[in-house]
Design a protein around this ligand. Structure first.
Ligand code: R5P
Length: 294
């Protein structure tokens, strides 16, 4: 029996790409809301004994998590063999410590919740900062893939003479690896955040790279402030307008439009469906699935 892939709403394009590239059955679902707002989940077709893969975009997770858990419950009742979650963007990784007294460490609680429900997890470039590996918080096999190679491959075809620039210290882990894979230089800026939308970056030493195309690479673009401040700074330093690459474009309200209005070329992977998606993660995820479904 082939593994069955259920694609949750919002992830249709990546779902199609995955189903086209792998040897899977397509899971058929009815998902809707009752008039009172509660979720209705129905699985159509025989799933007993099957290995199940659920592809779910966990961006803005709160409204998605309950239908997801209801689906897991339904599939278990229907006698499936196993259920894995492919969440290319893994939510709730940034509240990874108690910053202020009385706060919850959401990253831990969310990991506990998913670990109780799924047999394994596959994700791409989770925001690992104070948590160094998913195994520190997930008690199920949790595979963290890296979008470095797909990004480098995209760069090779699209950008002339790139210099990779990490907009802050945390982004160095991606910037350095992308630069190595794309065989080009890299720099990292330092960033200070004074509020949700008030971010300032320091002066880089870019004099040697004025004839390059700057490519800002970060794991997440949220308000876009980190990228826009870095881009403004690069322009002030005499560089060309940068290409902004985010692995995950979570784009807080209006952020993508704002960035584009500022003249930035914004490119993201399809971990979250957005107009900026130019880098397909399906081949990477298919490789990861081969390890998990053995
Ligand atoms: C920070 O920890 C992340 O790596 C990103 O730099 C950050 O999430 C970007 O946020 P924003 O787009 O709101 O500046």
């Amino acid at each position: 029996m082939k593994p069955i892939v259920f694609v949750m709403p919002g992830q249709e394009a990546l779902g199609e790409s995955l189903l086209a590239g792998g040897d899977f059955e397509t899971g058929v679902l009815e998902l809707r809301h009752f008039p009172d707002g509660e979720s209705y989940v129905r699985v159509l077709g025989d799933v007993a004994g099957a290995q199940i893969i659920i592809l779910c975009q966990l961006h803005q997770p709160d409204a998605k998590i309950l239908p997801l858990l209801l689906l897991v419950g339904t599939l278990r009742d229907l006698g499936v063999e196993s259920i894995g979650l492919v969440a290319p963007y893994l939510a709730y990784m940034r509240q990874d410590k108690r910053f202020n007294e009385g706060e919850g460490i959401s990253a831990h609680y969310f990991a506990r919740l998913l670990s109780q429900q799924f047999d394994w997890l596959l994700t791409v470039d989770p925001h690992l900062h104070r948590i160094h590996a998913l195994s520190e918080v997930y008690s199920i096999p949790a595979l963290a893939l890296s979008a470095v190679q797909p990004i480098a491959q995209w760069l090779r075809g699209q950008v002339d003479k790139p210099i990779i620039i990490g907009p802050d210290g945390e982004s160095e882990q991606w910037a350095a690896k992308v630069a190595q894979a794309a065989n080009c230089p890299f720099e990292v800026l330092t960033k200070e955040r004074f509020g949700d939308r008030d971010v300032r970056v320091s002066l880089p030493h870019v004099e040697d790279f004025l004839d390059h195309t700057p490519v800002l690479v970060d794991d997440i673009i949220s308000t876009g402030q980190t990228m826009m401040q870095a881009a403004a700074h690069l322009r002030d330093s005499g560089m060309r307008a940068p290409v902004c690459i985010g692995v995950h474009g979570i784009f807080a309200a209006g952020a993508l439009t704002q960035m584009q209005a500022a003249g930035l070329r914004v490119v993201t992977t399809n971990s979250i469906a957005e107009a900026s998606n130019q880098i397909d993660l399906a081949p990477l995820i298919l490789e990861g699935l081969q390890q998990l479904l053995r």
